[in-house]
Write a protein that binds this ligand. Sequence first.
Ligand SMILES: [Zn+2]
Length: 440
Amino acid sequence: MAKKKRTVRIAHELPRDRRIAIKKALEDHETETRSDWDRENEWKQIRFCRKIIKPGQLRTVEMPLLNVSLGDKWPISVTIIHGKRPGPVVTILGAIHGDELTGTSACTNLLSPKFTGPEGSLNPNTVAGTIRIVPVVNLPGYREKSRYFPDGRDLNRNFPGRSKGSTTSRVASQLWHNLIKSSDVIIDMHSAAKGRSNMPQIRADLSHPESNLLAKAFGIELILDSRPPKGSLRQKANANDIASITYEGGGADLLDQQAVGVAVHGCMNVLRKLKVIPGNPHRPKFRLNAGGSKWLRAGEGGLLDMFVKPGSIVERGDVLATISDPNSPGLLVDIVAPEDGLMICTATNPFVTAGTPVAHFLPVSKHIELIKTQIATDGTLIVSGSLGEPIWREDDEVEEVEVGGEWSVGGVDAEWNIETAADNDDDEDVGETSPQKSAV
Ligand SMILES: [Zn+2]
């Protein structure tokens, strides 16, 4: 007997203003008929940083972050896969924060012969459109294992930048004019900042229609509906009507191969959805569209022993962590789950004081049983792409689950930010405010 399909739609749980904004944006949005992507159109060679790339060619070009005659230009490596046929320009970025390596590793994977070789999906002879892959955007930060630029600024708060501004602002301007402005679609890949780790997730402004479609095309289970931080690449791209999403997975200074696998899987899904490469995009069994979350804090100081990790599915009352103090042997304080839910981020640094945020929690209440249908032996949610390719699925077979609430203090990571970075009040994946300050 055929199994009856279960549909979960709980739209009333999203905040009313977001529900209205998203619905209106999608209704008003008419899918653009991009005549320039028409397969019959003439498709020419392109020029990037004075280098010519012909249709059907893959070429790696050096792009300087600074236009200087003296000193380091910080030349970043941009690989351009210029397809044989017309199509969109898709830009895939890693390490805008120099210590966040998930995106860097995902880009390196995509550039391997497995994908770009004669039989690979990204072979330029079979591509329609142009794919630009940049494994490391913040080159000086990467060299120093730092989130920041050498002037202590956060590149992802300085877009679109100024050519006569600060060092970081000049770099943002250079990136904006040479790489971002000419993109149709941007996938910007990040990890959690130092001291914590994220489960794979997409962040997008779901009231921006093209970004909404892009977020869903990525094909994973968790989407956080969040308006982008001021000065972020995502904000400026959306303001210029460029579809843009942020992928988050793993933590700074870590190489979480499952998060990398999900990133590669998601990028390929987007390219399939846009028909840049052949094949059907994979879709998740369900999708959590989250409008809010809760941060859990340490009530006491000492050493934190976490029993859960990013992606752990927990029930109300489960002990998530204990805090002990070497100066008070034998005394333990538990941190328990306030509701049934999903740990979307957990601390990796064991040093805590009273008030330190230790976990980012997504209450999923009545949908816990649905989520548990995709649980791994270690108690975490199996995210599509982390364990090989999932089965193909029709779009209307995806169960949409809306998780209500609001982001405390107005932003996804603002709670963390208040504790760790007093002058950086709307960060997306916050770490230290400067290289001198410790995150926790
Ligand atoms: Zn980041």
